[in-house]
Each structure stands twice: as C-alpha cells, then as structure tokens.
Design a protein around this ligand. Structure first.
Ligand SMILES: NC(=O)c1ccc[n+]([C@@H]2O[C@H](COP(=O)([O-])OP(=O)(O)OC[C@H]3O[C@@H](n4cnc5c(N)ncnc54)[C@H](OP(=O)(O)O)[C@@H]3O)[C@@H](O)[C@H]2O)c1
Length: 249
C-alpha cells in the first residue's frame, strides 16, 4: 500500500472532483483546500468568517487553480434547514459531491470533569460531533451520485492516548472516530463509498497555539507540509482504504 505520508500526487490527481472542506478558512483546512485545488479539485470552502474564506478563494484563483465556491455556516448556530440549503446549493451547482472532509473543530474548555462548564461542553460536542453527523446525513444522497465518493473525518492523538483535563474535545474526537467506524461498516455494501479518519499530528495552527501556548513553535510542522495524506485519502488513488484512521505524519 502507498504510504499516505509520502504520497506524491500527479498534477491532475484530483481533477474535476468536487470536494467540500469544512473549516477551510484557516489552519489545516485552508492548506488542504489550496493543495487540493492545485491538483485540479473543485473545492467548496466552508468556514465561519466570509472575510477569511474570501482570502483563501483569492489565493486559489491567483494560483490559476479551478475557481472554488464559498459556503459559510456557523456550526454552533445552524439548524437542520441551513444544512439542507447548503446541500441544495451544492446540488444545483455541481449535481454531485465526490469528497467531504470534516475538518472544522473547536478546542473547547480544558478542565477537570468536576469543574467543566456544561454549556461549553455542549458547544464543543455540537460543533465537533453533531455538525459532522448532520452534514454527513444531509450530504449522503449527493455523495451517492458520485462514481467515487469519499468521506474523511478528523481524528487526534487524544484518541490513541487519552489524557486528563482535555474535556469535551477528547470525548468529541472519540465520538468522531466512532461515527466514522460505524458509518464505514454501514456503507460496506456500497463498495464505491470510502469512509476514513485522518490524524494530522502536531501542526502549527491557531488551535495548536490555544492547546499548547508555552511550547516551542519552531519545531512544529507547517500545515502545508502535511497535506499529502489528505490528498491521498480524498482522491481515487486510495481506493480500497476504508474504515481506517490514518496518520498524516
Ligand atoms: N493543529 C493540530 O496540531 C491538530 C492536532 C490534532 C488534530 N487537529 C484537528 O485538525 C482539524 C483542524 O485544526 P486546525 O488546527 O487547523 O484548527 P484551526 O486553525 O483553529 O481552524 C479551525 C477551523 O474550523 C473552523 N470552525 C471552528 N469553529 C467553527 C464553527 N462553529 N462553525 C464553522 N466552522 C468552525 C474555523 O473557522 P473560522 O476560521 O471561521 O473560525 C477554522 O476554519 C481539527 O479537527 C482539529 O481538531 C489539529
């Protein structure tokens, strides 16, 4: 099997694939969106901040890659009908969806369970677990219209090595991997559909700074250097990889 971490995509590896990337306005999602577009993908940029999404849009267009689309939605506030509208817009523009990368997440509060703020816990679980569930459910009919659909969830090192005080973030990443594994089994009889998780490892982003404010950031990988495994899992070269959690580093 190809090592996803050292995968070298061809220039057209993702040509004409329609890929929705959540949290594409910053950090890892932004880097994956730019890389996917540079390999021919028609990326749909999701995030909260329209200003930040427009900056990613400009970067992609200025590089001569396929013109992306922008679909802002705040997962904390959106109701089911807003997800329906988002998917209706995708259906109208493209008629199908080839890839769905669940990348957006929030860190939430880190505190002992005894003192964890209940409202903050619920917000994190909503953005990190409920939103990917609702978006997956709403996008499945459109994914089934693709000849080679993929769904990619985002895992974390807290799943393989749980630790105290990581609160709702840790539990949300366990839940996200559980959702991935369950969905992969449910879709086993639809061999074209691939469902996996990716653990990016330590990456120099705003979330990482929030999680480890005192660490030496000069040793961290930049987001654009860890995208190979993402491109592999979002493209046709990963056919046959299903129900797995893959490390990007
Ligand atoms: N960085 C690491 O070291 C690391 C390690 C393990 C796992 N991860 C995972 O990798 C993924 C990306 O993390 P990152 O470090 O790139 O984070 P980041 O730089 O903080 O970016 C987070 C993205 O999620 C979006 N987002 C946050 N809350 C949202 C909401 N309520 N509604 C819609 N979008 C929302 C943000 O949009 P706005 O820009 O509009 O706020 C942003 O685009 C996450 O799933 C994270 O758990 C990261």
């Amino acid at each position: 099997m190809t090592d996803p971490r050292t995968y070298q995509p061809s220039k057209d590896a993702l040509k004409d694939r329609v890929i929705l990337i959540t949290g594409a306005s910053d950090g890892i999602g932004k880097a994956v969106a730019i890389a996917a577009a540079s390999h021919g993908a028609q990326v749909v940029l999701h995030g909260r901040s329209v200003r930040k999404l427009e900056a990613v849009y400009d970067e992609i267009v200025n590089a001569g890659a396929p013109r992306p689309s922008i679909l802002p939605l705040d997962f904390e506030k959106a109701g089911p009908e807003e997800y329906e509208k988002l998917v209706a817009a995708l259906e109208q523009e493209f008629g199908r969806l080839d890839g769905l990368l669940h990348n957006a997440s929030m860190l939430g509060e880190r505190a002992p369970i005894e003192h964890h703020d209940v409202a903050k816990w619920m917000r994190t679980m909503h953005v990190n677990v409920n939103a990917p569930f609702i978006l997956t459910r709403t996008c499945l009919p459109l994914l089934k219209k693709s000849a080679d659909p993929v769904i990619l969830f985002t895992s974390s090192g807290v799943v393989s090595s749980p630790r105290p005080f990581w609160g709702s973030y840790l539990v949300s990443k366990w839940a996200s991997d559980g959702l991935m594994s369950m969905l992969a089994q449910e879709l086993e009889k639809q061999p074209a559909m691939r469902v996996n998780s990716i653990n990016p490892g330590a990456v120099k982003t705003n979330m990482r700074l929030q999680a480890y404010p005192a660490e030496d950031r000069s040793k961290l990988r930049e987001a654009h250097t860890i995208v190979a495994a993402y491109l592999y899992l979002l493209g046709p070269d990963s056919r046959g990889v299903h129900g797995q959690t893959i490390n990007a580093q």
